[in-house]
Design a protein around this ligand. Structure first.
Ligand code: F6P
Length: 525
């Protein structure tokens, strides 16, 4: 039976019983901002919010997130709550306010300058700054307080997202042992040697083992996590059940490959997409030439310079392709406060200009680089118009652009060129799989996208569409909820904070003491 919004609604009702669903993610699904003196709202770029918003629309509940828009406070009540989606409300967004120092240390610092490069092995050195670590701990506590407030007065399933909140599960369990806590880690989990260089690795792992269920995109990341815990902490690991027991608490570790809502492309494309496509071609002087597209946040894990170098190679090796196609790269500005991200945007801009200078002329420019935020309507339009979509991540937990492209191709045409180092490559084996570090292989992939016979495109696309349709976002959420339901059948005892007995190991003893103190503080003792 296919997974639909309606089926997920039913599963949510059965599995959640009377429990409230509370999702916690750093990024909010809707941002309110001022434009020309008026408040407007946008959907941020990034896979997590695109994937989870349909789930929340189906299940209802509360999404707790950092309120990052300059008009966010304007539309909220005194508790930071606002109903969303703004045009058709079906759940509550609870915004958490952070100071600039919090954001600097927790988001830009520990989350995106330590954990992000640590978990993505793309040769960017992680920063280990104790003051960022302090900010990370404090913000995890701030979020714990907000979640506990939302969970007051009844049972709740707290579904924590991503690497911004490794400490949150343990904090929540310590304050409210009756809460069911699950976490999904949206980025890769590296091998133990890599992860354990982090000076606070044990604290992070200990925090994550507060979860009842911990999900990764792939089995490989689950294995890496278990190996890391095995090396670092005192605990029992059951490799058959894929569970860790620590301090009498069990955490199940499972793969759940995330996906997309396959109905959305149709909704976003509407009936007038062909007219919009014409206008877009005119605006960027694309004529009727075949179009290759890339849609990414400008992030060093996405392999954007690598794909531009491959385009350069392609045009050098195949000069007959000059004036025969365009490559359009949407690069949504991301984390631009960090020098690594600003430098990357400059690098991409310079590379695009250099390649256009070398191979293009007044009438034809091979590369169009749009360094701007692009709405879902336009992104879907690009997918639908394209001859091919290039996903050349150097390392990526899943990559939902690949799945969105497939979902948008109801004509069963178009070629997906996909990095073998994405989680998506495990499922979408009918894509043209490439090693993005290999400039010749990537150039050959681009060439194939421009020359593949229609019958072969259709054969591959049909198979990929079946996979994405069968394994859509509703299935992802449904499987997670079912697993949580199995693991924690009955809600347990009333909400009394449980002391965690300090152990002799100096580091583990410190973790336990700190957890205890924090739990008492959060519980208002
Ligand atoms: O996949 C990791 C992730 O942090 C997601 O949470 C999000 O979709 C994306 O990257 C965007 O990042 P940010 O929220 O920092 O803009």
């Amino acid at each position: 039976m296919a997974w639909t919004k309606e089926r997920l609604e039913e599963v949510a009702q059965t599995r959640l019983g009377g429990s409230k669903l509370i999702v916690v993610a750093n990024r909010e699904p809707y941002i309110h901002r001022y434009r020309d003196g008026e408040v407007e709202w946008i959907r941020p770029a990034g896979g997590l919010t695109t994937a989870l918003d349909p789930v929340m629309r189906a299940c209802g509940g509360v999404w707790v997130a950092h309120g990052s828009g300059d008009a966010d406070a304007e539309v909220c009540d005194k508790n930071g709550r606002v109903r969303v989606p703004p045009d058709d409300p079906s759940y509550v967004l609870r915004r958490v306010w952070l100071s600039k120092d919090d954001e600097e240390g927790y988001y830009y610092g520990f989350s995106n300058s330590t954990l992000w490069p640590l978990c993505h092995q793309v040769y960017c050195r992680p920063m280990f700054d104790p003051s960022n670590w302090d900010a990370y701990r404090e913000v995890n506590e701030t979020f714990a307080r907000a979640v506990l407030q939302e969970a007051e007065g009844g049972p709740a399933l707290v579904f924590v997202q991503d690497y911004h909140f490794a400490l949150l599960p343990k904090l929540l369990k310590a304050a409210r042992p009756d809460l069911v806590v699950a976490q999904f880690w949206h980025i890769p989990w590296p091998n133990p040697e890599t992860f354990l260089v982090c000076p606070w690795a044990k604290d992070l792992l200990d925090g994550m083992l507060g979860n009842d269920l911990l999900g990764f995109h792939t089995q490989y990341h689950c294995n890496n996590f278990l190996d890391t815990v095995d090396r670092a902490l005192e605990c029992r690991i059951d490799r058959e059940k894929f569970a860790v027991t620590r301090g009498g608490h069990d955490t199940a570790v499972r793969p759940f490959p995330i996906s997309v809502d396959t109905d959305l492309p149709k909704e976003y494309l509407g009936d007038d997409w062909e007219q919009r496509a014409k206008a877009l071609r005119k605006k960027h002087r694309l004529a009727a030439r075949p179009l290759l597209v890339g849609v990414d946040r400008v992030d060093y894990t996405k392999g954007i310079p690598e794909r531009l170098r491959a385009l350069d190679r392609l045009l050098t090796k195949h000069p007959e392709l000059k004036e025969k196609f365009h490559f359009l790269q949407v690069g949504a500005p991301s984390r631009t406060h960090l020098p690594a991200y600003r430098d990357l945007a400059d690098e991409v801009q310079e590379l695009a200009e250099k390649i256009n200078w070398e191979h293009g002329d007044d009438h034809w420019q091979p590369i169009v680089f749009l360094n701007e935020h692009c709405g879902q309507e336009d992104v879907m339009l690009l997918y639908r118009m394209a001859a091919g979509c290039v996903v050349s991540s150097l390392h990526d937990g899943m990559n939902l652009v690949a799945k969105e492209f497939v979902a948008a191709r109801d004509d069963e045409r178009g070629v997906l060129i996909l990095s073998q180092f994405t989680g998506a490559a495990k499922e979408l084996t009918d894509a043209v799989l490439v090693n993005p570090f290999d400039v010749d292989e990537l150039a050959t992939g681009l060439h194939l996208a421009l020359t593949m016979p229609v019958e072969e495109q259709e054969r591959r696309m049909r198979r990929m569409r079946i996979k994405v349709q069968d394994n859509n976002i509703y299935r992802w959420a449904g499987m997670l909820l079912s697993e949580v339901g199995k693991l924690v059948p009955e809600p347990v005892a009333p909400p009394t904070p449980e002391p965690i007995v300090p152990v002799n190991d100096p580091i583990e003893g410190r973790i336990a003491r700190e957890n205890f103190i924090t739990a008492m503080r959060l519980a208002g003792c």
